[in-house]
Design a protein around this ligand. Structure first.
Ligand code: NAD
Length: 333
């Protein structure tokens, strides 16, 4: 008889349920959905479950790992690619952690281009004007992307897809990655050259010790006046206060952000009736040349379906004692 494994699913949103409910039985998994985020305060919910499923803004620090481990949890299935919110050192040898390394690089790359086009051509402002029967186009000026220099930081799956998509506009593309792709005709330059030459900079690297605050007041100082900065990667790649300074001084011509360094307190939730206790986020939002979306770059049906299937497969492989391709931490057997 096949035993059904019970998973505690944290930080649940309606779009998660649609896809996980569609496939869970096929993989022999039962899911109990919880709205709360996984933190050291909520980890105890996982008592009597066989594993947990978590997302980008759950806080899986050392204490959370230790609580889960003490409850007998042997697997954390991250339903995302990035895992900077997991203390892997703490998890190593105690809990197996799996992730979804690829689901749809198109989803994120296309959103990065959507943000750039909105920022540049101000369609968000035009939409509001025409809704109010205001047909004035003053202040909606943009520039041709054709012939401009686009600097791409990080040329993994999403960075390469972004390059493919933006290439249609025929800009000059330069890129920086400490591990360049060999078989591609990407024009790699130094990081400083990216800063100095780019009209548009798009971030596609992971958050690591090296990339944390890669956009800061020093790198902004090196950039062209009026540079556009697009971030669909991780919030802490940018020092938000330095970015705000850059916007206020008009050094930075515009920023479009799908991620924010303190997003775990706000993103994915409705704060429309609340006071936002953050110095920088409301100020950035109030700027006419800043666009913020709340970590939705991944949100396409194709990506959600793929995330559900790969996460369920990861869990099934673990429970079947099979080789787990997508593990980033292993429990010592
Ligand atoms: P990937 O692993 O395929 O590529 C990352 C690339 O960054 C690699 O080529 C790597 O060599 C490069 N890199 C590493 N250190 C670097 C550094 N110091 N400077 C420049 N480049 C560096 O990952 P991916 O699938 O392309 O995803 C990229 C990032 O996008 C993820 O780490 C994640 O943070 C983010 N992401 C965001 C969303 C969203 O919804 N906004 C969704 C998925 C992924």
């Amino acid at each position: 008889m096949v035993s059904i494994k019970k998973i505690a699913f944290f930080d649940t949103k309606p779009y998660d349920k649609i896809w996980f409910d569609k496939y869970k039985e096929e993989f022999g998994i039962d899911i109990k959905y919880f709205d709360v985020k996984l933190t050291s305060d909520t980890a105890v919910i996982a008592r009597d479950f066989d594993g947990v499923c978590a997302f980008v803004n759950d806080r899986i620090d050392e204490l959370t790992v230790n609580i889960l481990s003490a409850l007998g949890i042997n697997i954390i299935a991250m339903r995302c690619a990035g895992y900077n919110n997991v203390d892997l050192k703490a998890a190593m040898d105690k809990i197996t952690v799996v992730r979804v390394p690829v689901y749809s690089p198109y989803a994120v790359a296309e959103h990065a281009v959507a943000l750039l086009l909105t920022l540049n051509r101000k369609t968000h402002r035009a939409y509001i004007r025409t809704k109010e029967h205001n047909f004035n186009i003053s202040g909606l000026e943009g520039f041709d992307i054709y012939g401009k220099t686009v600097g791409v930081i990080g040329t993994g799956k999403i960075g390469q897809t972004f390059i493919d998509v933006i290439s249609g506009f025929k800009p000059n593309i330069i890129a920086y990655d400490p591990y360049p792709v060999k078989d591609k005709s990407i024009n790699y330059v130094s990081l400083d050259e990216i800063f100095e030459k780019s009209d548009i900079i798009s971030l596609h690297c992971p958050l690591t010790k090296e990339t944390k605050n890669i956009i800061n007041k020093d790198s902004i100082r090196k950039m062209k006046d009026g540079v556009y900065i697009i971030n669909t990667s991780r919030g802490q790649l940018i020092n938000s206060e330095d970015l705000l300074e850059g916007i206020l001084s008009r050094k930075v011509g515009g920023a479009a952000l799908d991620v924010y360094d303190e997003e775990e307190h706000f993103f994915f939730e409705d704060f429309s009736q609340e006071i936002i206790h953050d110095e920088t986020l409301p100020r950035l939002i109030s700027m006419p040349n800043v666009i913020i979306t709340s970590h939705q770059a991944f949100l396409t049906n194709e990506a959600l379906e793929s995330i559900a299937k790969v996460t369920l497969q990861n869990l099934k492989d673990f429970f079947d004692n099979k080789e787990i391709k997508n593990a980033i931490s292993y429990k010592k057997q």
